[in-house]
Design a protein. Sequence first.
Length: 80
Amino acid sequence: MDQPVIAGKEPIILNLKGGETYSYCTCGRSKDQPFCDGSHEGTSFEPLSFTPEYDGQVALCTCKLTKTPPYCDGAHLSIK
């Protein structure tokens, strides 16, 4: 299985709209982090669609190591 590219070493904090569907980049190659721009084409990765329940601020993972995608769980703290 392919490994994702580490796109960043800290989360991106964004205000998202509840009920709106977003496409999270899982491969790490997107130039539009943390969202998918289609750069996964030709890999084993697919974007992750998610819909927040409420409007609000969220921390989205850019290291791609989180166990709770698309949300940051602090996994970036283990990157040296």
